[in-house]
Design a protein around this ligand. Sequence first.
Ligand code: B12
Length: 215
Amino acid sequence: MAQEHFFKEISDAIVNLDKEKAINLAHKAVFENMNLLEVIEKGFGDGIRRIGDLWEEGEFFLPELMLGGTIMQESMEILLPKLKSSGENITLGTVVIATIEGDIHSIGKTIVGTMLSANGFEVYDLGADVPAEHIINIAMEKNADVIGVSALLTTTMFGQKKIIDILEKKGLRSKFKVVIGGAPVNKSWAEECKADGFAGSAIEAVKLVKTLLNK
Ligand code: B12
């Protein structure tokens, strides 16, 4: 229960746009050796999603959405390197991950990339707003097993399908497993795209990639 209280405190700090508090709580989580993935998902992630809801309801405006995003990102800079250092020194496979062209949302994609890396995958994170062709070129160059594509906007989701269409056209579809994610993505969209799977959280993403590669 004490933990739930801590998660709520983090979530509230994000919603109140209290950067100092959010950063202090991130340091505290590291110092107290907490389960950082849980801290990210149930604390910081919950807060930023609440900000998204407030924005949609017209309670918050773009500057608040942007400030919330910045506080979240700065907190992740404290937490994600600690997640990474817990990883083992083995390679289960190679993953190229990016947020698709036209979409600058990077937080969820970065968390998924970091978790895959912490779980033994070699991860190439190409960042956000990346053209489909570039993602495919790098996947070819790195001889990747998996391509991960994030999209947070209903408009940019079509870029996920574009990746698969290009792969099919070039006769490369069977070379890669393609996994997709992001707030608007669900199972039926994954089926429509002919993706190999989708995941709604970083933990699910790791499970999905392991299953697809039989690891
Ligand atoms: C923070 C934020 C921003 C920040 C982003 C900062 C950054 N560097 O990432 C800023 C302020 C820049 C921003 C901008 C905009 N935003 Co915004 N944003 C958000 C917000 C509040 C949170 C997103 C987030 O970081 N969530 C936390 C992470 C941890 O969760 P996640 O991204 O879902 O990722 C998890 C899973 O989805 C999954 N996952 C994610 N990616 C992947 C990839 C793979 C391969 C897999 C397997 C899994 C996976 O695992 C992740 C970890 O658990 C959302 C609200 C929401 N509910 O999502 C709106 C939201 C996405 N934004 C929205 C909009 C409209 C915009 C703007 C267009 C606003 C504007 N008018 O300018 C611009 C977009 C500009 C652009 N071209 O991209 C809308 C989208 C509506 C829609 N249906 O399309 C949302 C839903 C807000 C809302 N409720 O209306 N935004």
